[in-house]
Every structure is written in C-alpha cells, then in structure tokens.
Design a protein around this ligand. Structure first.
Ligand SMILES: [Zn+2]
Length: 327
C-alpha cells in the first residue's frame, strides 16, 4: 500500500498524520493552512472522506472529528480516511457561518473553482480529495438555531446514486432523514455526480457544542467505518427511520415572544396549535395552527421574533422505512 496524502499530511500504512492544505494567503501575506488528517490502514479497503466546519459556526462536526480520531487504531484499519476540519477556515476564526472574505456559503460552491473567490478555491481544493474517495461525509448542523439530529440525502430520488446515498444516510444511524434534491453547489449533491455516495449529517443545532449531537456524530462515523468494512465491528442502527421529503416553514406576522406547546421531534396534527406569539406581558397576539401533519424539525434559537422572521419549520411528507442493504 502506498502513502495516503492530503495536503502536507502523508501517512504510511498504519499511520495517522496531520498537516495542512495550503490555500493562499491572508491580506498581510500570512499563508493559510487548513487542518487535515490522513489515516492510512494496513490493508486495502475503501477511502472515506470527511469534512467538518464547511459552515464556520457549525462546531459539532469539529467536535466529532476531535473525539473520533484519538479512538482510531490505523493498525486495524482497512482502507483509509482523509479529513478536513474546519474547511471554512476564515469563518471559523470569526464564528461566522459564511466566509467573511467573500460572503459565500461553502456548501453552495462545490465543485469549486481553481481561480475563483476564496470559498470557491477552498471547495475546489477539498473536492480534489472527495473525487479520490469512495464515500464522503459532510458534517453540518442547523447552524445556531435549534434543530433535531438528522441526515440529509441531497441528490434527488431520480439520481443513479440515490439509493447508495440513502443507504449511507441510514448507516450513519440517526433515526431522522431528510431526502430531497438540494440546491446547486452542495457537496452531497455534487459529489454523487462524480460517483461518490455522499450525505450531509445535520448534527442538531446550537451555539458552541452539543454533547448529545456530538455523541450521535461519533457513533455515525463509527457506524460507517464498521458497515463499509474499514474497521471490524457492528453498526448500531435504529429499528426504523422517519424520512421527510419536504419542509414547511412558518414566519411571524406579529412581533413578540414565542411559546411552543410542543418540542422538537414531536409530531403535530393538522389543526393543532404550533406556536403562539405574546406581547412582553404574556398577552397572546397570534396563534398559529398547523395546516398539515408534520414533525417539529427546527425552531429559532431566540424566544423573540419580529414580523417576517422565521419561527420554525416542520418536516412533512414523512414516511417510515426500515434498513435494507444494497448488495
Ligand atoms: Zn451547515
């Protein structure tokens, strides 16, 4: 087996090496190196690509990587793992979702552009390694709003790799899956066009770290390593999956404080109260009833809201599936 390289990290069989992927310079001429890891197994097997921190304020994926890597024994690994964390180098420095240098969102710029803006160049550099891989995980979260832990399949049901992506999403082992073709430039949509099954685990949503979401992410990465035979072991999978194929978003008409009678993950029936906006003294101003059956998927982090601000979204068009391996 050969060296496994990403950026300046070059691991011989049985080694873990860390390094940097060099992407240009800051305004003062300081050279930028995005942190990378290469973990090379001792026998042949699949190459898994993982990236975290594509959105610079989404830290749970970075928490997953820093917990998983010390647990790995490359002496038992078949195949290899290459990791970039955090990909949005500049956003991470400033707790910003987008890259502050070009105001672009990384997950709308894949496969990137060699001579483009900084985010396009970061995506281009990362995508070079995605294309060499057999499977890819793009660790995200619902930014700093409150969201359930879920995994997204972004290729659309017509895509030739849809079922492989859905299988990978199920293997990650989180019960909730969102299966809908994503916008242009998403890694989980673009990489399957290059033949790489890719999913976008969304590990909750919070400011800082959420231990529970990180725990699910760690188990998710281990599940992928076990299921695809990179490591010996059995994935821990739920008995059934709840799959939503649409979101319905709700916006405030009135300004005030929001009260939810239900919690994230709760199912709501048509006609039931979804939320009420009160004034500062608790007097109700607007009560919104759900027009549709759905699951409370995401809600705003702050309790106050102005007219036109998003309050929450439901996962709708849901169905339940089990796990069936693709041979
Ligand atoms: Zn994200």
């Amino acid at each position: 087996m050969a060296l496994l390289r990403i950026g300046t990290a070059a691991a011989r069989p049985g080694e873990i090496k860390f390094g940097h992927l060099k992407i240009g310079e800051l305004r003062d001429g300081t050279r930028i190196g995005v942190p990378v890891a290469a973990i090379n197994g001792v026998k042949d097997g699949p190459l898994l690509y993982i990236q975290a921190g594509s959105d610079g304020d989404e830290l749970n994926g970075i928490g997953v990587i820093k917990e998983v890597i010390p647990q790995l024994d490359p002496g038992r690994l078949h195949g290899g793992i290459i990791i970039i964390s955090p990909l949005n180098f500049h956003g991470f420095q400033q707790d910003m979702h987008r890259n502050p240098l070009d105001n672009k969102k990384t997950n709308r710029t894949f496969p990137g552009k060699k001579d483009g803006s900084i985010t396009e160049r970061l995506a281009y550099a990362a995508f070079k390694y995605v294309k060499k891989s057999d499977l890819a995980l793009d660790l995200h979260q619902g930014s700093t709003s409150q969201m359930i832990d879920e995994v997204r399949v972004r290729v659309g049901s017509e895509h030739s790799l849809h079922d492989r992506c859905l299988e990978l999403a199920k293997v990650f082992g989180i019960k909730y899956i969102f299966d809908k073709k994503g916008p242009d430039g998403q890694l989980a949509r673009v990489a399957p066009d290059a033949g790489i099954p890719t999913v976008d685990p969304e590990l909750g949503g919070c400011v800082g770290w959420d231990a529970n979401s990180i725990r699910k992410g760690i188990q998710g990465v281990l599940n992928v390593l076990y299921y695809y035979h990179l490591l010996p072991g059995e994935p821990k999978l739920p008995t059934e999956y709840i799959i939503a194929t649409e979101f319905k978003e709700f916006y405030a008409d009135k300004g005030g404080l929001i009260k939810f009678p239900i919690a994230l993950h709760d199912r709501i029936k048509p006609g039931s109260e979804l939320f009420t906006i009160t004034d500062m003294f608790g007097v109700p101003k607007q009560t919104v009833y759900s027009p549709i059956d759905g699951i409370l998927w995401r809600k705003r982090r702050l309790p106050m809201v102005a007219t036109g601000e998003q309050v929450c979204s439901l996962g709708i068009n849901t169905h339940i599936e089990g796990f069936s391996p693709i041979s």
